[in-house]
Design a protein around this ligand. Structure first.
Ligand code: GSH
Length: 77
């Protein structure tokens, strides 16, 4: 499974997900959308200009709580 987390600085929902990833030592590629190339990727994958977004094999998952639930169910188990 190819996972990438799109996030931006100072976004509380992103910080919640990033803290969960850090606390659980989850190895995920992190993409800061303050970098234009990453922002362009965010829009091309999901069409929505919203973070956090977890790209799962190229499919977008939005909503911080849903992202954390996905990680709990698919990575920690
Ligand atoms: N309910 C969402 C809220 C995400 C959210 O509001 N993110 C902000 C940045 S902190 C955003 O991307 N806003 C742009 C938009 O919604 O168009 C979650 O929990 O992930």
């Amino acid at each position: 499974m190819n996972l990438k987390l799109y996030y931006m600085d100072y976004c509380p929902f992103c910080i919640k997900v990033l803290n969960f990833i850090k606390e659980n030592n989850i190895d995920i590629e992190l993409k800061n959308i303050n970098i234009k190339e990453n922002h362009d990727e965010l829009l091309s994958i999901g069409k929505k200009d919203q973070v956090p977004m977890l790209s799962i094999d190229g499919k977008p998952l939005y909503e911080s709580d849903d992202i954390i639930d996905f990680l709990k169910e698919n990575i920690l188990n």
